[in-house]
Design a protein around this ligand. Structure first.
Ligand code: EPU
Length: 418
C-alpha cells in the first residue's frame, strides 16, 4: 500500500490538462455490451477504475486493449450475462451491466453491490425502472437475478430521484426495448449527456439528455462506434481547488467550464479570482478565503464529488461556513481526518459547520474514498510540515498521475511505498 507525502508550502503555479471523465468512461465501456464487434473509446483516463471495469468486461467475454488513452474493446456475439461478487465489490458501478445484459440476452446475474464508504447506496430505483420495462428480479444468495422472458418494452418511467446510476441502467436497456420509453426526472449530469451521444453514435434514438425528460425510441440492433470521452469536470475542479488552497494560480486546460458553473460560483464567493475560456479555467486563491455556505445537489447543483475539496479550502477561511450534504449519508466521514490536522469542524446530521482557521498542521491521515483522499492531499498543500496520506489506492481509482501533476505545479509531494 503506497502513501502520498505532501509538504505544505508555497503556492501552486502553472497549468495542467485534464483527461476524460471517469464517470463517463466507465459507463461507455458498459454501453459497448449492447453491440457485438469492435468499439473504440479515446481520451480514457489511466485510472484503477477503468482497469477494474475492464476486468468486468473480460468476465463477460469481451477483450479490452489499451493503447495510451485509447481503449479498443471487442464485444462477443454471445456475452456471458453475469458479474460476480469479487468484481462488483471492487467496482460498484458494475451494477450498470444489468440493463444492457437484460436487453441483449434476456437474463443477467449481478452480485448485489451493497454499501460502501459513502453510505448504504441502494439500487431500488435501478430495479424499479427496469421492472417498468418488463424485467423481473429476484435476490438469490446475494445476487440480483434478472429475467426478461418476454423481452423489454418501452414505458413511461417517473424517477423519484434523479439517480445517475438508475438513469444509466434504464437508458442502457431502453435503447434496445420495443417502442418508446419516456424517462421523467432523469439525472442531467454531463456524463449522462455524453453517454447518450455515444449511444446515438451507435444507432440509438435518444432525445432530451441533459433535460428533465428523456425520450428513447427503441431500435432492434446497435452497431459499434468510436467515441471521445467528455473532459472530467471533477478532475478539473480538484486541480482548481488545489491552486486556490495553496494561494496560487492554476490553469486547467481541456475542460468545459459550463460543467462547473456552481462550483466556480462558490469559489468566486470565497474570494478566488476565476477566469474562464471555452475550454480552460484559471483560478487564483486568496490569502484567507471568505466563508461560504453551500449544499450538494444533483447536477447542475454543487457536485457532491467536489464537496471535500471545497471543505478543505473552507478550513482555511476567515469565518464559519455551513455545508449541507444531500447525496450521501456517510460522505462526511473524512472530516475526522481533517480534524486530526487541526480543522475546527462539527457535524449535525447532513450539515457540517466549518470554523476556518489560518493554519492546519500536517499529520498521518487515511484516504477514505476517492474525493476525500484528494481533498486531504490538498489540505496538506497548505498545512504546516508534512501530511502522510495512506490508503491512496482510493485516489488511484479516480486520478491519473495525481502526484506527478501536482508536482508539475510546484507541490512538494511524493509517493512512497509504506
Ligand atoms: N440512490 C437510491 N436508490 C437508487 C439509486 C441511488 O436511493 O436506486 C441514492 C444513493 O444511495 C445516493 C443517491 O441516490 O444517496 C445518489 O446516487 P446516484 O445513483 O445518483 O449515484 P451513483 O450512480 O451511485 C454516481 C457517481 C458518483 C457520484 C454520484 C452522484 C459513478 C461511477 N459514480 O454514483 O461518483 O457521486 O453519481 O453524482 O458514476 C466519484 O466519482 O467519486 C463518485 C462517488
Amino acid at each position: 500500500m503506497d502513501q502520498i507525502v505532501v509538504t505544505g508550502g508555497g503556492p501552486l503555479e502553472g497549468s495542467v490538462a485534464v483527461l476524460g471523465a471517469k464517470n463517463a468512461a466507465l459507463k461507455q465501456m458498459v454501453a459497448m455490451l449492447l453491440a457485438p464487434g469492435t468499439h473504440r473509446l479515446t481520451n480514457v483516463p489511466g485510472i484503477l477504475d477503468v482497469e477494474l471495469m475492464g476486468r468486468v468486461l473480460d468476465h463477460i467475454g469481451a477483450e479490452c486493449d489499451t493503447d495510451g488513452h485509447s481503449l479498443v474493446v471487442e464485444i462477443p456475439d454471445d456475452p456471458r450475462p453475469e458479474a460476480p461478487l469479487d468484481l462488483v465489490r471492487q467496482m460498484r458501478a458494475s451494477i450498470i451491466v444489468l440493463g444492457p445484459l437484460l436487453a441483449r440476452t434476456g437474463t443477467a446475474s449481478v452480485a448485489f453491490p451493497g454499501g460502501d464508504d459513502l453510505g448504504a447506496r441502494p439500487i431500488d430505483l435501478h430495479l424499479a425502472g427496469l421492472r417498468s420495462l418488463g424485467a423481473e428480479f429476484e435476490l438469490e444468495h446475494g445476487t440480483v437475478v434478472g429475467r426478461a422472458p418476454n423481452g423489454l418494452t418501452g414505458a413511461e418511467i417517473d424517477l423519484e430521484f434523479p439517480s445517475v446510476g438508475a438513469t444509466e441502467n434504464i437508458l442502457l436497456a431502453a435503447v434496445l426495448a420495443r417502442g418508446e420509453t419516456v424517462l421523467n426526472n432523469p439525472a442531467r449530469e454531463p456524463e449522462i449527456q455524453d453517454l447518450a451521444t455515444q449511444l446515438n453514435g451507435m444507432g440509438a434514438s435518444i432525445a432530451g439528455a441533459g433535460t428533465s425528460r428523456m425520450t428513447i425510441q427503441g431500435v432492434p440492433t446497435l452497431a459499434p462506434t468510436s467515441h471521445r470521452v467528455v473532459p472530467d469536470r471533477l478532475e478539473a475542479g480538484t486541480y482548481i481547488a488545489a491552486g486556490a488552497i495553496s494561494r496560487g494560480r492554476v490553469r486547467v486546460e481541456g475542460c468545459l467550464p459550463e460543467h462547473l458553473r456552481m462550483e466556480l460560483k462558490k469559489l468566486s464567493e470565497a474570494g478566488c479570482e476565476v477566469k474562464r475560456g471555452d475550454d480552460w479555467i484559471e483560478v487564483a486563491g486568496p490569502d484567507r478565503p471568505r466563508p461560504v455556505d453551500f449544499a450538494t445537489l444533483p447536477f447542475p447543483g454543487f457536485a457532491t464529488d467536489m464537496q471535500p475539496q471545497m471543505v478543505a479550502l473552507l478550513a482555511f477561511a476567515e469565518g464559519t461556513s455551513v455545508v449541507t450534504e444531500n447525496l450521501y449519508d456517510a460522505r462526511f466521514r473524512y472530516l475526522g481526518e481533517l480534524m486530526r490536522m487541526g480543522a475546527d469542524v462539527s457535524t449535525e446530521w447532513q450539515h457540517a459547520v466549518i470554523r476556518g482557521s489560518g493554519r492546519l498542521s500536517g499529520c498521518p491521515v487515511l484516504a477514505p474514498d476517492i474525493r476525500a483522499g484528494a481533498a486531504l492531499v490538498l489540505a496538506g498543500l497548505r498545512a504546516d510540515g508534512y501530511t502522510t496520506v495512506s490508503d491512496v489506492q482510493h485516489i488511484d481509482r479516480g486520478y491519473e498521475g495525481f502526484v506527478d501533476r501536482l508536482a508539475s505545479l510546484g507541490a512538494v509531494i511524493e509517493r512512497r511505498s509504506a
